[in-house]
Design a protein around this ligand. Structure first.
Ligand code: ATP
Length: 592
């Protein structure tokens, strides 16, 4: 699908973290729609209200059988027609304002979200994060809709109605005015709690969604362990929690409505009583009484509407705020201002006094030092949890080290751009990560413009071409979510082909071939060896036989290198490596 690439119109790093400010920030680029839309609404409303006055003149003219009634009737219809045009124009303009702002919200939030580090994502569920982005965008849209079509016209209707009432009877207008101010102040106070309750229910929804996503992602495990009924019960408890929070929030709204309705009845009774009294006194005409009652209704209606809108708006506010709190966390990993690109010609690696921990008080590395000359092939072994994968993550700058420096070709990776670093490294992880796209798109992911012949060549290298051709749609076959339609070994071969195509100066293999059967592993290893002749390689493996072609083997224990040498040197040393080797029989790729 070719389309114009998305270009954010906002500075993503400066997104406001407060829901109303955020909404203004993302909508400010669409003033060309917003301002005319607001004007159209105000004009439509002003004309509608002025018709109340025309109606009063018309009723008085009818009362006196005055011929002017025809003029008033025509004026009434004319004003009504123009106000309708204003309202419909506001519809088109508002549509562009809102839809653009909603798209912009989704784009900037997604842009910001995708810049978070692996650490951020390992603590949160991807599925519910995606929902946050769309919820926030919809919430912003809803809030703007409330302002344009509810608050603004209703507030104007209120002011104009009180103004017209003032022309007829200043005392009644004063009562209405004071009433309106008191009503709005009380409601503004009441909705604060509504915002809090709405945020609570949005949080409960996020937790529910997170649980569902987690269980569905692992549905095979659930089935294999026959835990489906228990998982349904577990989700049920989250559903109940969500329902309880919604009921709490909704109940509060209902009480606010009861309060507002009571105020409404009270004001209506006062206005009726006063108007009739003034008619009896001869101070008001019948037309003025009709107008006053009509205005009072309008004002009461407007006030109730404003109260309701505030309530609904706070629901969206709560949702948007909850999403912003989650998404707009400070980025954990950022490029330094004006960070230059790394220039990697040879691929020499150096770690100098590196200290790192995922969690405070649990160091993985302390003053760790390692130097790998350009072009050297290093095998990394050690028991589970020794820190091998963490080392590769630090080289890719998936995390920042807390102390020390990491250099590639003499350049500190912390002071250069992350993207250039990641372009310089091909990384094949233990678990293949494939997109639910075609095999072709997965292999050419690093450069979608890659020629077909190169894609096939890489697939042949990864010993994937044969099985791909056997699939119903060949290279066009969709691989399923996370590659579930392929076997573990097939998915891994596609992932290896993708890295082969990237052809970066540094190659990191983290148990890259462990999911392949021995025969495929041997073939893929051969292909990889062809690929890596001039590259710096770090290969993590538990099957030591896969590392025989390496120039050097490092044995890690608790974040330290305890043995360092060639295969033969380490065997002679008679330490951990020699012990592990004895446990493992035979091997292939014996080129050493
Ligand atoms: P294996 O051979 O099993 O893959 P490894 O040597 O690659 O193990 P690492 O994955 O680097 O070991 O893990 C080193 C330590 O860091 C372990 O104690 C692990 O629990 C911890 N660790 C790894 N990833 C995280 C994380 N994202 N958050 C917190 N701790 C982590």
């Amino acid at each position: 699908m070719k389309s114009k690439p998305y270009q954010s119109m906002s500075d993503v790093s400066r997104l406001p973290r407060q829901a109303f400010k955020f909404s203004l920030y993302v909508s400010r680029k669409y003033k060309r729609f917003a301002i005319p839309a607001l004007i159209a609404v105000l004009l439509g409303m002003t004309l509608g209200i002025s018709n109340t006055y025309v109606m009063k003149e018309l009723v008085d003219a009818l009362d006196m059988k005055d011929e002017a009634m025809w003029n008033y009737a025509m004026l009434y219809v004319g004003i009504f027609a123009i106000s309708t045009i204003c309202w419909r124009s506001s519809g088109f303009l508002g549509m562009h304002w809102h839809t653009n702002t909603r798209s912009e919200s989704a784009n900037v939030l997604y842009d910001y979200l995708s810049k978070h580090s692996s650490h951020y994502f390992s603590d949160r569920f991807a599925g519910s994060l995606a929902t946050k982005v769309t919820n926030a965008a919809n919430g912003v849209n809803h809030m703007l809709g409330k302002v344009l079509w509810d608050f603004l016209p209703t507030t104007l209707r209120l002011i104009l109605s009180i103004g017209i009432a003032y022309l007829a009877k200043p005392l009644l207008a004063l009562i209405l005015g004071i009433w309106a101010v008191v009503f709005i102040l009380i409601n503004a106070f009441l909705v604060k709690k509504k915002a809090f309750l709405s945020k609570n229910s949005a949080e409960a929804y996020t937790r529910l969604k997170g649980q569902m996503v987690d269980i569905l992602t692992n549905i095979r495990v659930v089935h294999q362990f026959a835990r489906r009924p228990q998982e349904v019960v577990r989700v049920g408890s989250y559903v109940k929690n969500f329902k309880d929070k919604v009921i709490k929030s909704w109940t509060y709204s209902e009480f606010v409505l009861i309060f507002n309705n009571t105020l409404q009845v009270f004001l209506m009774a006062t206005m009726m009583f006063l108007s009739l009294k003034l008619l009896q006194d001869g101070t008001l005409t019948i037309g003025e009484v009709v107008m006053m009652i009509q205005l009072s209704w309008g004002i009461l209606d407007a006030l109730l509407f404003i109260g309701n809108s505030m309530n609904h708006m706070m629901e969206s506010y709560g949702e948007v705020q909850e999403a912003l709190d989650i998404i707009l966390h400070k980025h954990e990993l950022v490029d330094q201002p004006n960070a230059k690109d790394l220039e990697v010609a040879h691929g020499a690696i150096k770690l100098e006094n590196v200290s790192f921990s995922y969690e405070v008080g649990r160091p993985i590395f302390e003053n760790f030092n390692l130097e790998i000359p350009a072009g050297q092939k290093v095998g990394l072994v050690g028991e589970s949890g020794a820190g091998k994968s963490t080392l590769t993550q630090l080289l890719l700058r998936m995390y920042d080290v807390q102390k020390g420096r990491i250099y590639i070709d003499g350049q500190d990776i912390a002071t250069h751009s992350m993207e250039s670093l990641r372009r310089a490294i091909s990384f094949v992880p233990q678990m293949s990560h494939l997109f639910h796209r075609s095999i072709r798109d997965n292999i050419s992911y690093g450069d979608p413009e890659t020629e077909e012949a190169e894609i096939v060549h890489a697939a042949q290298g990864a010993r994937a071409d044969e099985f791909i051709k056997g699939l119903s749609e060949g290279y066009d076959t969709l691989v399923g979510e996370r590659g579930v339609k392929l076997s573990g070994g097939q998915a891994q071969r596609v992932s290896i082909a993708r890295s082969m195509l990237k052809n970066a100066p540094i190659l990191i293999l983290d148990e890259a071939t462990s999911s392949l059967d021995s025969e495929s592993e041997r073939m893929v290893q051969e292909a990889l060896l062809e690929l890596i002749t001039d590259k710096t390689v770090i290969a993590i493996a538990h099957r030591l036989s896969t590392l025989l072609a390496m120039d050097r083997i490092l044995v890690m224990e608790d974040g330290r290198i305890v043995e360092d040498g060639t295969h033969h040197e380490l065997l002679e040393l008679g330490g951990t490596y020699a012990r592990l080797w004895k446990h493992q029989v035979g091997g292939f790729l014996i080129k050493a």
